[in-house]
Design a protein around this ligand. Structure first.
Ligand code: ADP
Ligand code: MG
Ligand code: MG
Length: 884
């Protein structure tokens, strides 16, 4: 087997489409080599080795050793140096790279191959620059010590800071040769003290140590957390890239930087990035020094005075521009690139599709269609449906009063208010309790990811636009202000101060990640604009999808929002919500507590006009569109009065004894209400309830017809049916009421009667149920509960264990269980269609707004999905993606 693939020198054994084997980084290094771009030569150890490693008790395939040795030798030949050659050493970086990019999850080791001898050789081959060689060595010991030998990196930083303090310098690059020598020897002592072994001097041993560390880091906590949050399977594994070093720390004509081919925050078509002169590797991202901007325009715009790369190294910049444009055209997508300049020569170290805010994703996709780079269908596929959520979220009200306390970088847009927390753990803890929090840190690291996820927003006092906090926040869609330099954080006291004002943990602040502002207190927000790029993409999506998208809505406000978001009707109007409103609940209680039909009818008479009015309004908003109305579903006890005061109030209107009321209420108690007297079971035993609802619906239809001349065709839905007989009984009742209203009004009424499929039996007997039901709507919340026998309200106690231990891949209430629940849906759809070829099929569970569940609905051929109003755009896009 070929476990190692080489790249560099204008060609490569791999390609961009070999990400599964080479990981993203390795595949793109190969692709850049093939494109003839300047890439330091190297090789990729495949993800199959990672799989082998975990399948074989952390050991390697027997052929690997020889393959690695040959590949190292080839790299040495290409750069004219030898691995371990004391006079002219080849140094390499060892870099992880999984299929999907996992920022910061895996640790890179630079300058590998250095030891007490080769460091002198390196100095010589750099023209006698010992400062540079020692700087590289101390970086290597620290990185290798941290990543491979697991010596606490803080120990190295303490040593470094200590030497800087005694020398009275503040920046790493101000250290002298003697300082660096001292640091190197202190670092080595530290390693020996911590590990009981001298720092490894054999380059071969260093290399295998680093390779092993990359493979084992695949299973570290940070990597697992990231994979869990992003649904990346552990089985994918990581590749290891070994690549000849190029040096950004060879003095003032050398540099290192990162860039995006377009603005990752706004999507604007401007080259965007940061660099540091005389620096190496991750210095830019880690915020060691404040980086400089790449272009003159962005420098001028920000009022920065340190020169841009365009000004400091014009020739390099011109080359970089040529390369980034070639990359963007080649990949036909915005790229995130990493580069290093060694003594005036540009080297490319990485390219990948750049992470971006959803706003930027949208703008870039739409712009690229206009530029002729991609098709409409590709643009549709470029935008992650659930990311639209961010665009539908509030921004600060421009009119609102703001008490701006600090400014930082606009690292990730969106506005958020919350209580200050200073640790990721606090963020998670308080968020679980229902608090909204803003995570405030000097800077973030991969250890903080869970807290960043739990927080509404993130604020850091250090770090640039490409700092960890900024990158991760954009990926998660959390607003973020980074590098708010005036903020001083005292973690021990749990407070932050800014220009003399002190804020404690728990105080509320607001951040605006689009403006980079931090404000005291909570600031009012406004809803976003749905036109422009968003509107255009949605129109394209609508042109590509087959399924209709409806909304689950019952209030006029929700129905209006749904229409604004493009809903094509209502897929689920839950009438019980209409029963809960303040002035109605009393009548509802009166109905429930009457022990005679007569009493119930009297109470229902009071509810009828209110319910009719609801429908009139709803039909008015949804003119010309289908409206599916579900008859009363929840168990009656949910409406029961609980407090003495409430009981007294019902007793008063009914002129009854409160004690009697209380007894009647306790008779209605159920042990397992989810499986109790609810849905059509209520309709069967208390037909007057559904009768009233049907009357309200038909009278509303008649009223709208009479007053507005509009024809409405309601779809009346019978919940929780398991048998055809239930439908027959209730349909007869509905038909009778329809006939009565038609006669009284002299109008012809059109309507459908159908059912929810939410019990396994109903799915299996769908063939005969379809003889009576004109449509099915899959109520996948209940269908999931009844198929698994798991109550949604009680599953929290074990769901995490189930996911952790791989029983469930995902929460089945969030993402439809294709295998089980999905099979029932499929069976019901098939059997239903067989009986009634034109049967209407839809889904109205929570899953109707989940992109992967929507893809399933497309596969089964449902006619529509229905979801909450705010998810309608997501569903429109997901339905289009599913159809492409
Ligand atoms: P990450 O996946 O965290 O971005 P990388 O493997 O890309 O880690 O390494 C981080 C940084 O290390 C790169 O951006 C680059 O600056 C530096 N680096 C990696 N390999 C080399 C190399 N061969 N020569 C010089 N710098 C390198
Ligand atoms: Mg990194
Ligand atoms: Mg990188």
């Amino acid at each position: 087997t070929k476990w190692v693939l080489s790249f560099g020198d204008g060609s490569a054994e791999g390609r961009a489409d070999m990400k599964n084997l080479l990981g993203g980084k390795g595949a793109n290094l190969a692709e850049m080599s093939n494109l003839g771009l300047p890439v330091p030569p190297g090789f990729t150890i495949t993800t199959e080795v990672c799989t082998y490693y975990y399948d074989h008790d952390h050991s390697y395939p027997p052929e690997l050793n020889d393959q690695v040795r040959a590949a190292v030798a080839r790299v040495g030949e290409l750069v004219g140096a030898g691995f371990g050659d004391a006079a002219n050493p080849l140094l390499v970086s060892v870099r992880s790279g999984a299929r999907a990019s996992m920022p910061g999850m895996m640790d890179t080791v630079l300058n590998l191959g250095l030891n007490d001898e080769t460091v002198e050789g390196l100095a010589n081959s750099a023209g006698g620059d010992r400062r540079f060689a020692l700087d590289s060595y101390r970086r290597f010991i620290q990185m290798y010590g941290d990543v491979v030998l697991r010596v606490d990196h803080a120990a190295f930083e303490d040593i470094l800071e200590g030497v800087k303090d005694t020398r009275g310098v503040s920046l790493d690059n101000e250290l002298s040769v003697e300082d660096l020598e001292q640091i190197v020897s202190l670092f080595k002592e530290e390693v020996e003290r911590e590990t009981g072994q001298p720092f490894p001097q054999d380059p071969e041993a260093q290399l295998w140590g680093a390779i092993g560390a990359v493979f084992s880091s695949w299973m570290n906590d940070r990597a697992r957390t990231y994979r869990r949050l992003h649904d990346i399977p552990a089985s994918w594994g990581t590749a290891v890239n070994v690549q000849a070093m190029v040096f950004g720390n060879m003095g003032e004509t050398s540099a290192t930087g990162v860039a995006f081919t377009r603005d990752p925050s706004t999507g604007e078509k401007v080259f965007f990035g940061e660099y540091l002169i005389n620096a190496q590797g991750e210095d830019v991202v880690a915020g060691i020094r404040t980086p400089q901007l790449l272009t003159k325009a962005s420098r001028e715009r920000s009022g920065e005075d340190k020169p841009s790369l365009e000004e400091a190294m014009p020739a390099v910049f011109a080359e970089l521009e040529r390369v980034y444009q070639a990359l963007e055209t080649h990949y036909r997508d915005m790229q995130d690139i990493e580069f290093t300049v060694q003594r005036g020569k540009l080297w490319m170290l990485q390219t990948r599709s750049g992470k971006r805010t959803s706003r930027a994703a949208l703008k870039i996709a739409v712009d690229m269609v206009d530029e002729g780079l991609i098709t409409e269908a590709e643009a549709i596929l470029r935008v992650e449906p659930s990311s639209l959520d961010q665009l539908l979220h509030p921004t600060l009200d421009p009119e609102a009063v703001r008490d701006v306390i600090a400014r930082g970088l606009p690292a990730s847009p969106g506005a958020a208010s919350g209580k200050i927390v200073f640790t990721a753990d606090d963020a998670e803890r308080l968020a679980k309790l229902g608090d909204k929090v803003i995570l405030v840190r000097e800077e973030t690291s991969p250890e903080d990811i869970h807290g960043m996820h739990a927080a509404e927003g993130i604020l850091t006092s250090r770090g640039g636009m490409t700092s960890h906090a900024a990158v991760v926040a954009r990926g998660m869609g959390r607003p973020c202000v980074s590098g708010a330099g005036h903020i001083r954080i005292d973690y021990r006291k749990g407070e932050m101060s800014v220009l003399g004002r002190v804020f404690n943990a728990g105080d509320v602040i607001t951040i605006d990640g689009a403006a980079g502002e931090v404000m005291a207190g909570a600031v009012a927000t406004i809803q976003p604009e749905l036109s422009g790029d968003f509107g255009r993409l949605m129109v394209w999506a609508d042109g590509h999808r087959r399924m209709k998208v409806r909304a689950n809505a019952e209030t006029p406000a929700d129905a209006r929002t749904a229409r604004e978001f493009g809903a094509e009707g209502i897929g689920l109007c839950r009438t019980e919500h209409m029963f809960f409103e303040d002035d109605r609940i009393l009548a509802v209680r009166e109905m429930i507590l009457s022990d005679r039909e007569k009493g119930r009818r009297a109470a229902l008479e009071k509810i009828l006009p209110m319910q009719r009015q609801d429908f009139v309004e709803l039909f008015g908003i949804m003119t010309g569109l289908p409206v599916t109305i579900r008859l009363l579903d929840p168990p009656l006890h949910e409406f029961l009065p609980k407090s003495d005061e409430d009981i007294q109030a019902v007793a008063d209107v009914m002129d009854a004894d409160p004690e009697h009321m209380r007894r009647r209420a306790s008779e209605l108690h159920e042990f397992n209400p989810m499986l109790g007297h609810r849905g059509c079971r209520l309709g069967i035993s208390y037909p007057e309830i559904y009768e009233m609802q049907a009357r309200a619906i038909f009278e509303a239809v008649a009223e709208v017809k009479r007053d507005a001349g509009e024809t409405v065709t309601p779809e009346i839905m019978i919940p929780l049916a398991a048998t055809r007989r239930e439908i027959d009984i209730l349909k007869a009742l509905i038909d009778r009421v329809a006939a009565e209203v038609a006669q009284a009004s002299g109008l012809e009424l059109h309507y459908l009667v159908g059912t929810m499929i939410e019990l396994p039996r109903a799915a299996l007997r769908a063939g005969e149920i379809a003889e009576s039901a004109a449509f099915f709507s899959f109520g996948t919340n209940d269908l999931t509960q009844t198929t698994f026998g798991i109550s949604r309200d009680d599953s929290a106690s074990f769901l995490d264990d189930y996911i952790e231990q791989g029983v469930f891949e995902k929460d089945p209430f969030v993402s439809l269980d294709r295998d089980g629940v999905g099979e029932l849906v499929q069976i019901a759809a098939e059997r239903g269609r067989k009986t009634r070829p034109d049967i209407k099929l839809g889904i109205c569970g929570e899953h109707g707004g989940d992109p992967s569940s929507i893809a399933f609905c497309e596969e089964v051929g449902l006619d529509y999905v229905s979801c909450s109003p705010f998810r309608v755009p997501i569903a429109r896009l997901a339905a289009a993606q599913a159809a492409i």
